[in-house]
Design a protein around this ligand. Structure first.
Ligand code: E4P
Length: 217
């Protein structure tokens, strides 16, 4: 499973880029607003830090404008993935971009039908929003499972990008459900490795090792 970081904060990206398990970055208009920076500048800076896919979202709602914005975004760097809403206009734009070899990430996906349409439109990634479904008492993980079944059944190559991840269990559950990628906020990424038994066990080993009086170096 690939790990993307869900942020527009350069410092967070730099920190995790060195970890060896970061496979890409996703941003959205809310994350750009939170960063307080110019979107085109932020995306260019992110692309100067990582070579992996960086999702940058269009702002337009209508196809022709989306296409124009997509061209601006894709010209920032070769690793830019154009993020489009899973609407009719977004899907139409997706098809056009796929036909000229531009990678796309279809965002705000909340149903298996939307995912099916995205795959038919040639999307590189589909982003089902797990947390937002859980927020309204629906099962985000079931959606990942349904999409996996559909994509595998029809051999679609669109990758399932589990988004709106709010807790560590979402990551392992999405992996079990067959997601290809999870985009994870930095705060959740840092919690993935944590386990109280690891800390407790290490404490014991350190104490016992010191008691041996030995040294490896
Ligand atoms: C994904 O690409 C989105 O940026 C993100 O996962 C949205 O998460 P949220 O529902 O926590 O805003």
């Amino acid at each position: 499973m690939k790990f993307f970081i869900d942020t527009a904060e350069i410092d967070e990206i730099k920190e995790w880029a060195d970890s060896g398990f970061l496979d890409g970055v996703t941003t959205n208009p809310s994350l750009i607003k939170k960063s307080g920076r110019d979107m085109l500048e932020v995306i260019a800076e992110i692309c100067s830090v990582v070579d992996s896919p960086v999702s940058a979202e269009v702002a337009a709602l209508e196809h022709e404008m989306m296409l124009k914005e997509a061209m601006v975004l894709k010209n920032i760097a070769p690793n830019v993935v154009v993020k489009l809403p899973t609407t009719l206009d977004g899907l139409k734009t997706c098809r056009k971009l796929a036909d000229i070899g531009v990678k796309t990430n279809l965002t705000l996906c909340f149903s298996a039908n939307q995912a099916l349409l995205a795959a038919k439109a040639g999307a590189t990634y589909i982003s089902p929003f797990i947390g937002r479904l859980d927020d309204i008492n629906l099962d985000g993980m079931n959606l990942i499972r349904d999409i996996r079944n559909i994509y595998s059944g029809y051999q679609f190559s669109t990758q399932i990008l589990a988004a709106s991840i709010r807790q560590v269990n979402h990551v392992s559950d999405a992996a079990l459900a067959g997601a290809d990628v999870a985009t994870i906020p930095a705060s959740t990424l840092s919690k993935l490795v944590q386990h109280p038994l690891t800390d407790k066990g290490l404490e014991g080993f350190v104490k016992d090792w010191q008691a041996t009086g030995q040294s490896i170096l």
